[in-house]
Ligand binder design. Structure first.
Ligand SMILES: [Zn+2]
Ligand SMILES: [Zn+2]
Length: 169
């Protein structure tokens, strides 16, 4: 997924493009995410003046993820506002001259994939719940407490609390 820097910087109007990207490798580190659709990028590249190009648009994907409390599979859509500014040329040598809000690119053809992947990683939900009041699994017997009640005593499950209890005896 590339855009041509000079073409975008000199074009009168925005250059639109829409592509899909396989991001299944990106979720390998997340055991709770069991699947992800291709990431769809609906973007426009346009001149931002002074040799800068802005790329803006929406990234969407669908996730299959386990509820962080009861492990029920949940389907979750993610919608990301993507916005990055690119400048053609070397990053300035003096640290104080570096503009953190822009990306310095040296090639005429700019590969957007690393930027899209980074944006996705920053926007993956951390702990998904199937519903706000999900009661989770019983830590003692493991039943899904949304579906079934159990009579376990869960008051002594936390070992740190158990140690405190002994301490006060
Ligand atoms: Zn749940
Ligand atoms: Zn139980």
């Amino acid at each position: 997924m590339h855009f041509q820097f000079r073409k975008a910087a000199s074009a009168e109007g925005p250059i639109k493009f829409r592509e899909s990207l396989d991001v299944s490798e990106m979720i390998k580190g997340r055991k709770d995410i069991t699947g992800i659709s291709p990431l769809t990028a609906d973007l426009q590249a346009f001149s931002a003046g002074e040799g800068m190009v802005d790329v803006k648009g929406a990234l969407t994907a669908e996730l299959n993820v386990a509820c962080s409390r009861c492990l029920t599979p949940v389907n979750r859509k993610i919608d990301i506002d993507f916005e990055e500014r690119f400048v053609h040329g070397q990053e300035p040598e003096e640290e104080e001259d570096i503009d953190d809000d822009v990306n310095y690119v040296s090639d005429e053809s700019v590969d957007l994939v690393p930027y899209l992947e980074e944006s996705l990683m920053l926007n993956l939900p951390l702990a998904v719940v199937c519903k706000d009041d999900c009661k989770g699994l019983c830590p003692v017997c493991g039943v899904n407490r949304n579906e079934q009640d159990c009579s376990c005593d869960t008051a002594v499950v936390d070992p740190r609390l158990a140690a405190l209890k002994d301490f006060f005896k």
